[in-house]
Design a protein around this ligand. Structure first.
Ligand SMILES: Nc1ncnc2c1ncn2[C@@H]1O[C@H](COP(=O)(O)OP(=O)(O)OP(=O)(O)O)[C@@H](O)[C@H]1O
Length: 359
């Protein structure tokens, strides 16, 4: 049976944090967990003066993961000064969103360009595209940030193998996480795991503003924003408050998805955000056993739509088991199998964006 990230996290949850008393996953000390072909890697991030107390925990964690059938386990302990908890986002019971920014779109300090990754409909692979594109741009040497603003289903922590709560040295600014060369912040890291968060409009806007302006992004060539599906408050707030340089719209080839994608494109047009191009995801299914290709959701619909709108079709990404497995394992296909044809689809988009000065 394939070892999954969830199975590893469940096993690690049986271990108690000797300092805080919680289990080590809830305590937020398990970071950068990746599971790849049975090989498990993670970091235990602990306060320097408590490092000794965690020695047995690391040994127990390695043993617990080995017992699950992992082919290899690497648990590295790093000592960091105790982080202050990050400022509370609205989802954790805070009732006053920060004062909205006044005025029109602003530049995020240090960030050269912002590109929104959008879709009309959920589940079409927008987050998969965002994480792979971010890793592909980083592999080309670009300084890349990824802001996971998908409030309804933040998936970037899982896809990029990032766990734990981001630190805030001064209680105001938030330090982003980093993996595979990508600086990342997700609304999912600010709320408690498993906690159902009911976001209301003003909360959403406040949270998005905080993540744009209070996160120390550092100097970035490009910040990708993984938006929630549809055309709602988050999309509007992003375009009103930050200078968005372009949008990429992801769609599957079916008519229903395309219909929704069109609404998204209209919204960006109204907000004067240029459409950099469309991506057809789950374009062709390639059987992982025999390599046979078939068009489960149809094929070519997005190309036709792009031609109609006069915008580029950036890629046709196949539906392939490896793409899902890689994302579920916490290392996108661009990182875990960089030379596969599936990864090449994403790497080509990254190279094209760089060549055109978009990233
Ligand atoms: N090209 C692909 N081949 C195989 N699986 C894919 C592909 N693209 C996405 N998936 C899988 O489909 C599921 C949905 O993808 P993803 O979470 O990226 O969609 P989304 O559009 O961001 O969804 P939502 O907006 O609802 O969060 C995931 O399990 C992902 O691994």
């Amino acid at each position: 049976m394939t070892l999954t990230r969830d199975a590893v996290l469940t096993a690690l949850k049986d271990l108690r944090d000797p300092v805080g008393g919680d289990d080590i996953v809830s305590a937020g000390i398990v970071r950068a967990l990746t599971v790849e072909d049975g090989a498990v890697r993670f970091v235990l991030e602990v306060a320097p003066d408590k490092a000794q107390a965690y020695g047995p925990v690391r040994d127990a964690a390695e043993a617990a993961v080995k017992a699950l059938g992992a082919t290899s386990v690497s648990a590295v302990m790093t000592a960091h000064s105790a982080p202050k908890p990050p400022p509370d986002l609205k989802g954790s019971g805070h009732s006053h969103p920060p004062k909205p920014l006044q005025g029109g779109p602003e530049k995020v300090p240090g960030v050269d360009r912002i590109i929104a990754i959008a879709s009309g409909k959920g589940g079409v692979g927008k987050s998969t595209v965002s994480s792979n594109l971010a890793c592909a741009l980083a592999a080309e040497g670009r300084r890349v940030g990824l802001l996971d603003a998908d409030v309804y289903g933040p998936s970037q922590p899982r896809m990029l193998g990032v766990t734990g709560r981001p630190a805030s040295p001064d209680g105001k600014t938030i330090l982003p996480m980093r993996n595979f060369g990508v600086t990342m912040m997700s609304i999912g890291l600010m709320t408690n795991e498993g906690q159902a968060v009911v976001w209301r409009g003003p909360m959403l806007m406040g949270a998005l503003q905080q993540m744009l302006m209070q996160v120390q992004w550092g100097a970035l060539d490009v910040l990708l924003v993984d938006l929630p599906p549809g055309t709602g408050d988050v999309q509007m707030t992003l375009a009103q408050k930050a200078q968005v340089d372009g949008a990429i719209v992801v769609s599957t080839p079916q008519d229903v998805a395309l219909l929704d994608a069109r609404k998204g494109i209209d919204m960006f047009n109204q907000m004067k955000v240029p459409i950099l191009g469309l991506i057809e995801n789950m374009s062709t299914h390639i059987c992982s056993n025999c390599g046979h290709e078939e068009h489960i959701f149809g094929h070519g619909g997005v190309a036709a739509e792009a031609a109609k709108l006069g915008v580029p079709l950036l890629a046709e990404v196949p539906l392939h088991l490896d793409i899902r497995m890689a994302s579920d394992g916490g290392a996108p296909i661009v990182v875990s199998k960089p030379d596969s044809p599936q990864a090449t689809a994403f790497r080509d988009i990254a190279r094209r964006m760089i060549a055109e000065g978009q990233a």
